[in-house]
Design a protein around this ligand. Structure first.
Ligand code: SF4
Ligand code: SF4
Ligand code: SF4
Length: 311
C-alpha cells in the first residue's frame, strides 16, 4: 500500500491528531448530514492536473470498457467538453479562465477529471424503485445489474448527469457509471485512476480526513485555490471532493445547494409507484430534483455571499 498523496488512509490518523484546522470552522458544522468515520473518498486537486488522460485509460482498462475511437494519447479531445458515459466512467476536460486576456488564456487552462461524485445522500439511489443502486456504508454508490429494470430514473435524478446507459446493447443493457473501484478499494487497493496519475492529483482516504487535508492545502497555499471545497456541502456532500484555482462554475461544475434533493422525491415517487402511476408521472416527479437543485442554488448564493469561491 503506497504512502503518498495517492493513498491517505494511513496518514489519516496523524492528520487528525495534529488538529491542523479546527473542525468548527467547517462549513459542514451546523446543517449537513454527518459523515461516517469509515467513509472514504477522493480529493482531486485540479491545480495539479496536466490533462494527460492516463486516468481515463486506466479506468477503461480496469473495467474492460470499450476502446474509444481516438486513442488516449489524442489530446485534441480535450478541446470539447465531454461527460462521462457508458463507455467512459471518467473524462478529463480543459477549461480556460475567463476574464483575462487571450494570450494568458491560452497558457493557463485548468484540467478537470469528472466521474460519479458518490454523493453522501444520492439522488440516483432514492430514484431507483427496485433498489439497484446502493450507497455503501464506506462511501461508494454501487449498482446491481440483476435488479435493474432499465427505467433510467437514476439518470434523470442525478444532479451531475453522470449515469450512462447501454443503448447499443438491446438485450442486456445496463446503467454504467464510476464504481469507485469498489471491488479493489474494499480489499485495500486504490482506484485505478488515483493509482496511475503521474501528478498524484487524486488523494484517496477517509472523507473526513480529506476535508481536513483540503483545508490545510488552502491555508498553506494562499492564493492558489478558490475558497471552496466542491463536494463538501453540495447536495449534502459527496465522497469525491475538489480543489480548484478558479470558480467551480467556470470549470464545469453545477452550482448546487446544500440540501440533498432525494428525500422529497423519494417519498412522492414511491407513493406514486405504490399506486401504479404512469411512468410519465414519475419522470415529472423526478424532474423536481433538478428544480430543487436550482432552488437551492439560489438559496446558496444568498447564504454564502462573502465566502465560498468568490465567484
Ligand atoms: S492522470 Fe492525473 S494528471 Fe493525467 S489527466 Fe488524469 S488526473 Fe490529470
Ligand atoms: S453523482 Fe449522480 S450517479 Fe453519482 S452518486 Fe451522485 S446522484 Fe448518483
Ligand atoms: S474510481 Fe475507478 S471506476 Fe471511478 S473513475 Fe476512478 S478508476 Fe474509474
Amino acid at each position: 500500500m503506497e504512502i503518498n498523496r495517492r493513498h491517505f488512509l494511513k496518514l489519516s490518523g496523524a492528520v487528525a491528531a495534529t488538529s491542523l484546522i479546527k473542525e468548527d470552522k467547517s462549513a459542514r458544522a451546523a446543517k449537513l448530514p454527518e459523515i461516517s468515520p469509515d467513509a472514504y473518498g477522493c480529493l482531486v486537486d485540479t491545480t495539479e492536473c496536466v490533462g494527460c488522460r492516463k486516468c481515463e485509460q486506466a479506468c477503461n482498462d480496469r473495467h474492460g470498457l470499450a476502446k474509444p475511437d481516438e486513442s488516449f494519447e489524442e489530446m485534441t479531445v480535450l478541446e470539447s467538453e465531454r461527460r462521462p458515459d457508458e463507455t467512459s466512467y471518467t473524462v478529463v476536460n480543459k477549461y480556460y479562465p475567463e476574464n483575462i486576456g487571450a494570450l494568458i488564456r491560452r497558457n493557463r487552462p485548468s484540467f478537470v477529471k469528472f466521474q460519479c461524485m458518490h454523493c453522501n445522500d444520492p439522488s440516483c439511489v432514492s430514484a431507483c424503485i427496485v433498489g439497484a443502486l446502493t450507497k455503501q456504508p464506506d462511501g461508494p454508490v454501487t449498482y446491481d445489474a440483476a435488479k435493474c429494470i432499465g427505467c433510467r430514473y437514476c439518470m434523470v435524478a442525478c444532479p451531475f448527469q453522470i449515469p450512462g446507459y447501454e443503448y447499443s446493447n438491446p438485450l442486456t443493457p445496463q446503467v454504467r457509471k464510476c464504481t469507485f473501484c469498489f471491488n479493489y478499494v474494499k480489499d485495500g487497493g486504490l482506484p485505478a485512476c488515483a493509482q496511475v496519475c503521474p501528478r498524484e492529483v487524486m488523494t484517496f482516504g477517509r472523507q473526513l480526513d480529506l476535508l481536513k487535508l483540503a483545508r490545510k492545502k488552502m491555508k498553506d497555499n494562499p492564493g492558489k485555490y478558490v475558497d471552496h471545497i466542491y463536494g463538501e456541502c453540495e447536495v449534502g456532500g459527496t465522497s469525491w471532493l475538489y480543489l480548484a484555482s478558479q470558480p467551480f462554475e467556470n470549470i464545469g461544475f453545477p452550482k448546487l445547494g446544500k440540501e440533498a434533493p432525494p428525500r422529497l422525491t423519494e417519498a412522492i415517487q414511491h407513493g406514486l409507484f405504490q399506486y401504479f402511476a404512469a411512468p410519465v408521472g414519475l419522470f415529472a416527479v423526478l424532474g423536481s430534483t433538478m428544480w430543487f437543485s436550482n432552488f437551492y442554488k439560489k438559496d446558496t448564493e444568498n447564504n454564502t455571499s462573502g465566502k465560498g469561491d468568490k465567484s
